[in-house]
Design a protein around this ligand. Structure first.
Ligand SMILES: Nc1ncnc2c1ncn2[C@@H]1O[C@H](COP(=O)(O)OP(=O)(O)O)[C@@H](O)[C@H]1O
Ligand SMILES: [Mg+2]
Length: 232
């Protein structure tokens, strides 16, 4: 794919949640183009619609209106099966709470993701091995989450997300549960992965320092993008 070609195209995206008699307009007309290979931060106050945008781009939630094209696939036009396929093949998530399977070692957490994606689970590919090396966790593969620090767990979660070689990595507050030193390490690694692998990364953060690690920063408020900036 051409590096400047958009890998994500969002046009007039709207999302309304209806819970009983209550409706919430979480997204009120979002427009966003993300070129392949970009590292983009999304910042904004709690409730501004950041996670909703991620869930739609990642195929977890259907949009209410508008157009969303992710890696050539029109997310608004596909049904549940199409969104499942998108999640299996095109996008990976990293969350604030790591979400590793607690009873499995790092290796088996990664193998589970490969298995779900329909990829060979053993031996690890050279790509996966170099990701593990880059993330500094090649020596931690036999450890369970409870035997690792938060920073190590998040690095395993990133390795698990990238092992399937997704077109897009969606990271929702990936440093939200980490101390300053581990946050810096994870942010530096995300930037390295972006630069070395050309990995497209979208990262939600409410930490403005963390946002500066990206190529471009999108600011959301009340379900809209209100500003786009570049790091200082
Ligand atoms: N599943 C849901 N059902 C109902 N309302 C929701 C749901 N998810 C989010 N919302 C509401 O949508 C708005 C945007 O939420 P969210 O996308 O999580 O914002 P952010 O990630 O920026 O904090 C909030 O008002 C939130 O309460
Ligand atoms: Mg959120």
């Amino acid at each position: 794919m051409n590096k400047s070609e958009p890998i994500i195209e969002v046009r007039n995206l709207r999302k309304t949640y209806k819970t009983g008699k209550v409706t919430v307009d979480a997204l009120r007309g979002v427009n966003l183009l993300v070129p392949a290979g970009e590292f983009l931060s999304i910042v904004g106050p709690s409730g501004s619609g950041k996670s909703t945008l991620f869930h739609i781009v990642g195929g977890l939630t259907p949009p209410s209106a508008g157009e969303v094209i992710v890696a050539g696939q029109d997310v608004s036009a596909v049904g549940d099966a199409g969104r499942t396929e998108l999640r299996r093949r095109k996008v990976s998530f990293v969350f604030q709470k790591f979400n590793l399977l607690p009873n499995l070692t790092a290796r088996d957490n990664i193998r589970t993701a490969l298995y779900i994606a329909g990829l060979p689970t053993a031996p690890f590919s050279d790509d996966t091995k170099s990701i593990l090396e880059l993330l500094g966790i090649a020596g931690r593969l036999d450890h369970k989450p409870s035997e690792m620090s938060g920073g190590e767990q998040q690095r395993v979660a990133i390795a698990r997300a990238l092992a399937t070689r997704p077109a897009i990595l969606l990271a929702d507050e990936p440093t939200g549960n980490l101390d300053t030193a581990n946050s810096l390490a994870v942010l530096t690694l995300l930037r390295d992965l972006n630069r070395r692998l050309g990995q497209t990364i979208l990262m939600i953060t409410h930490n403005t320092e963390a946002a500066e690690y990206a190529d471009r920063i999108v600011h959301m408020r009340d379900g809209r993008i209100v500003e786009t900036s570049t790091p200082d």
